[in-house]
Design a protein around this ligand. Structure first.
Ligand code: B1M
Length: 221
């Protein structure tokens, strides 16, 4: 198989949610020395974008979206060690979770993998994370950054609820708050009072590193 055939196959098989074929093609791509980022950004993510577009048009329904998401998640497990393999020394601690009411986690997991690859110690609280759970995790781990992911317009308001809970617990100013997820914008992040927003995993890593550096420069350990 050529690299182009592998990318096309990955795109097509993710679209139809053929998990075993996606795993085989991911391994075949790696055997051909294709980079994990190429498989991710040139096939897997575009395929899920098409799944979303078909769902919006009414051509796909939740089950199709679910099996496509599972197929992608399987590939991500194979790619995880390669994406996170840098040996970088720890640059900070990042507590991350998908907000209450929201079960999407593929994007969050990808952000986590890239953060780990950049040297962050990531504490993943999972999905449907209630404000109290974020507060407890910030109190316990004292991270540099807490990240809230939301993938639905209906769950984005949980950012504000989480920020209020941190404020109430007296922890708001002890931590940098980052937000992200497909429907989130810089304007929304500003409106709710988050410290930072990033549109994708690589932007999150860059911004997180620079925010931690700025913070450490301002408040020496
Ligand atoms: Co749902 N879903 N889904 N879904 N789903 C979307 C998000 C949707 C856009 C599809 C569409 O209509 N086009 C739409 C949301 C519309 C909206 O509100 N704007 C939608 C809907 C409506 C729903 C349901 C309500 C459907 C229903 O039941 N009627 C339902 C909600 C369930 C719930 O959460 N309560 C639902 C369910 C599901 C499944 C469970 C079937 C499945 C999720 C599987 C899983 O995650 N384990 C699913 C899927 C797979 C999708 C799509 C197709 C793919 C999402 C994905 O993984 N993308 C999605 C369509 C789409 O996104 N085009 C869709 C790939 C991923 C790499 O990108 O998630 O954007 P993304 O993550 C990026 C950035 O957002 C960013 O970096 C990531 C990596 O680059 N990022 C951050 C993420 N978190 C960040 C945090 C940061 C910074 C950046 O700082 C803290």
């Amino acid at each position: 198989m050529t690299p182009d055939e592998i990318l096309q196959g990955l795109y097509d098989q993710t679209l139809v949610g053929n998990g075993p074929a996606v795993l085989d093609l991911t391994r075949a791509g790696l055997d051909l020395d294709m980079g994990p980022e190429t498989l991710l950004f040139d096939a897997l993510i575009p395929s899920l974008e098409e799944v979303g577009a078909r769902f919006e048009r009414g051509d796909f329904f939740v089950p199709e979206m679910l099996i496509a998401g599972k197929a992608m998640a399987g590939a991500l497990e194979i790619l995880r060690p390669l994406l996170a393999e840098t040996g970088a020394e720890s640059v900070g601690t990042f507590v991350m979770g998908t907000v209450k009411g929201d079960v999407h986690d593929i994007g969050k997991n990808l952000v986590n993998i890239m953060l780990e690859g950049a040297g962050f110690h990531v504490i993943d609280l999972g999905v449907q994370v209630a404000p109290e759970k974020f507060v407890d995790a910030v109190a316990e781990h004292q991270p540099d950054i807490v990240g809230f992911s939301a993938f639905l317009t209906t769950t984005m308001p949980m950012f504000k609820a989480n920020l209020n809970a941190l404020e109430k617990a007296g922890l708001r100013h002890s931590v940098i708050v980052m937000v992200g997820g497909a429907p989130v914008t810089q304007e929304y992040a500003d409106a709710v009072g988050a410290d930072a927003y990033a549109p994708d995993a690589s932007a999150t890593v860059k911004l997180a590193k620079s925010l931690v550096q700025q913070r450490r420069a301002a408040v020496p350990a």
